[in-house]
Structure formats: C-alpha cells, structure tokens
Design a protein around this ligand. Structure first.
Ligand code: ZN
Length: 452
C-alpha cells in the first residue's frame, strides 16, 4: 500500500454494506483503505473513537445566487454553512444567480466563482427556460448534472417558467444528451388563480398562502411531467415533493419503466403547517409546509424517494418582513440542517439505520446525478466525511449558522447528534463548528452514461 496521508482512527464507519468499527486510510484525497486496524505511518491521524463516520452529505438542491445576488447568499458563505452541517458536495440551481445558468457563458462565470470561493465541492444544474432549448447541448458539454425547469412562476424575470411546449422540446433534447430534467412541479393555473383570488379578497395571512397551493396543484403537475417524460423517454427528477401522492405517482411511473425519481426536503419531513403559522415568513416555501398527515405520508413513502435535499433558498431578512404572506420571499434557508435534521428525525426519532440516512443524504443524489467519487465510503471514493457524535446535541441558533443571513425555519430547534468535523477530499474544513481551511472546492461534473 502506498503511504497514507491521514488515518481516521477507530470510528464506526457507515459504509454502503453496513456500519462497523474501522480505520479509514486516506491518500491523495481519496479513501485508500478501510480496515479494522491500519498500520501507522500516516502523516496525520484523527481520533474518531466514539464517533460515527458518515459520507459527507451531497445536497443536490441549493440556491447560492452567485454571481449576481451575493447579497442573498454567495458561494463563500453558502459552502461554509454546508460544510458546518456535514455537507461536502452541493449542487447549485441555475436560477437566482445573475446571469442564470442557461448557457455556456453563464456556466463559465459561475464556475469561476466556485473555484475561488467554495469550501466544498460543487456541481451545477443548468436551466431549461423558454428560448434556450438550443443551448442545452453546450451546457451538457460544460458538465451540468441536468436541467431544471419550473412548471410554476419563479418570481424571477430572467428565469421564466417552462410552458408545456418548452418542457416537451427540452425533454426531447435532454433525452438525447442523456441528462435528467428536474421539475418544480406545481400547477401555475391553480396556484396563481387561488393566490389572485385570496389577495383580491384581502386574505393574506400565512394560512391563506398555504391554502393557495393545495396538494392537487403538485400532484397534477407531477402527472403532467411524467407524461411528457414518458413520451420523450427523458429521465425526470421531481424536486422537493411535499405529498405522499406525488411520491406514489413517481413510483408508479418508475414501475412502468419510466426513468423517474423524486426528492423531498427535511422541512417537509419535520415541519408542518402549524409550524408555518407559528414561525411565519422564515418557514414560507413552495410547495408549502403541509398538514401533519402529509408529513407522515412522506415518511411512509421514504423507500420511493431517491434522496433528501435542502432546497436552501436564502434571502435578505428585509424580504421576509411583509404582513402580506404572499409578498414575502418564499424559501427556507436550510443548507446547514440537512444531515443534522435527518440524523435527529430519521435515526434518533424513527429508528432509521445510519446506512439509510447515508443513502438519503449522500449516496442517492450522487448516484442519480452520476457524481464520480461522491456519496459513499468505499476504497477509491473521495475522502468526503462527516464525523458525527450521535450522543451530542446541536442547538440551532442564529450564531451557529454560517450562511449570510442567519434566519431559518430551523432556528430554535435542537437536533440530537452533533457534526464534529467535516472533511472534503481528506482535508478538514470545519471542526467543532469553526471553519478551519481556506476555500478549495472544485467543480464536479457527471461521468458519462454507459452506452446501451
Ligand atoms: Zn429550489
């Protein structure tokens, strides 16, 4: 064996085939060996006794808004928060940055920002919007993981929603490029119609906002997206599904042979509409937080959910201060809470095995988006690790958050479990909640599909 740079010694390693006490040997940023007892001689050793060694989370859905809207977040602050939460790879959405990532030139600009300011590794979604179908090929050549489209209004004039023709034609091209299309699935006709009516009638409280985006709006749009995917033979990924019926539709389509997957978010698994009313604008998102029964339906459908992602959607606090719930920024700042919420709500509260938590937080996204070396603790993989003290606790306070604006629906909660240390390609980037390394994140691009 070649010389090791680092041995993570004596932890309980959560590998795809089970959790066991082992040493992890790291060389050149990769996992070189996993064994009960590795011989000494590494340049450095980390004592992980009493800790669990999980794969660093792969958060497939963040909005870091950089370049162009760094007053909302930016890669520097956003990736520090990710790392503090045990996330070692983020996949950034094409919208909210200026320019949005809808052509090769915009990809190049975002890549340059990532390479100078990201603390963790970063992959990029391209965008599918009316008028850019002929740009999907150049985005694929640059290395996007897929194409994100909105079936409902985005609120961002530079990133329009995709009408059905745009979706249909975009999916045909994406299928040829062998990349997935990811959709925000909510019916614009239903949600915009109900929102207009409520506002005209002066009903603008949080409860009125929640009622303007009923479950059927999501279910109808998912069904439509699945039909288009079936027709075009395009891989479809439905982001942030908030209903059990939505997950079931995706699972039924997959059983029919359609390449369809979905994700949900920690906030749909943990919070509900009563939290939304209690917390106010920091808990506004779309699709909205739902009734407790819907939250339970998501847990029951977990086997049909490919992965969990944060949908970190930050904003300056001023955009969350209106008395009109419809006017407030929609989006929950949650990038730092992904793994912590899953360990608390999934492992501690519901008894999910840590291997399952690792799949939901890391391996599922890495596999669906074909991110090489990411999401699993196995020889040859990148040494992206989160060291977790299951017996510890994490109090989520504004002071504990590393993102630019420290409001979040998670503030005030205490997670059972504490992320003690985060390593990206063998380098400790966060220890005990403090950032200890300069940014050296890389852009990750998907590996090619196997020829069929
Ligand atoms: Zn999003």
């Amino acid at each position: 064996m070649s010389a090791l740079d680092l041995i993570v010694r004596g932890g309980t390693v959560v590998a795809p085939d089970g959790a066991r006490r082992a040493d992890v040997g790291i060389a050149g940023g990769r996992i070189a060996a996993i064994a009960p007892e590795l011989d000494g001689g590494a340049g450095e050793e980390l004592d992980a006794r009493g800790l669990h060694v999980l794969p660093g989370a792969v958060d497939a859905h963040v909005h870091f808004n950089d370049p162009g809207r760094t007053d909302y977040e930016g890669f520097e602050a956003g990736t520090r928060a990710a790392a503090a939460g045990g996330t070692t790879t983020v996949v950034d959405m094409p919208l909210n940055a200026l320019p949005p990532t809808i052509d090769a030139a915009a990809f190049d600009r975002k890549r340059a920002v990532v390479e100078r300011s990201a603390l963790v590794d970063v992959a990029l979604w391209g965008g599918l919007v009316p008028g850019n179908v002929d740009r999907l090929g150049e985005l694929a050549a640059r290395g996007v993981v897929g194409f994100k489209a909105f079936m409902t209004a985005t609120g961002m004039p530079e990133f329009a929603m995709a009408d059905d023709l745009t979706l249909y034609e975009g999916m045909r091209v994406a299928a040829r490029l062998r990349l997935p299309v990811a959709v925000h699935a909510e019916s614009e006709a239903i949600t915009a119609g109900l929102a207009d009516r409520a506002r005209r009638e002066g009903r603008t409280a949080m409860r009125d906002y929640l009622r303007s985006r009923p479950a059927i709006a999501e279910v109808e749009a998912i069904a439509r997206a699945l039909l288009l995917a079936e027709e075009t033979r395009c891989a479809l990924h439905v982001v942030h599904v908030s209903t059990g019926r939505g997950v079931a539709l995706v699972a039924e389509a997959r059983a029919r042979g359609i390449d369809a997957t979905c994700e949900t978010c920690p906030h749909y698994l943990v919070l509900d509409e009563d939290d939304a009313e209690r917390l106010g604008a920091v808990a506004k998102c779309s699709p909205p937080l739902r009734a407790g029964a819907e939250r339970e339906a998501l847990w029951a459908a977990l086997d049909d959910i490919a992965f969990v992602a944060s949908d970190h959607s930050p904003s300056p606090p001023e955009l969350k201060r209106s008395d009109d719930a419809f006017a407030n920024w929609g989006g929950i700042a949650g990038v730092q809470a992904l793994l912590g919420a899953l360990v608390d709500a999934g492992h501690h509260a519901r008894g999910l095995a840590l291997e399952r938590i690792a799949e939901l937080a890391a391996a599922g996204a890495a596999q669906r988006l074909r991110l090489p070396g990411k999401g699993r603790i196995e020889p040859g993989a990148d040494a992206d690790l989160a060291l977790v003290d299951l017996a510890g606790t994490t109090e989520v306070t504004p002071a504990s958050l590393h993102h630019r604006h420290t409001h979040s629906a998670w503030v005030g909660r205490t997670f059972r479990g504490r992320i003690v240390r985060t390593l990206v390609r063998g380098r400790t980037v966060v220890a005990d909640g403090r950032v200890v390394a300069p940014p050296a994140g890389r852009v990750v691009t998907p590996h090619a599909t196997e020829e069929s």
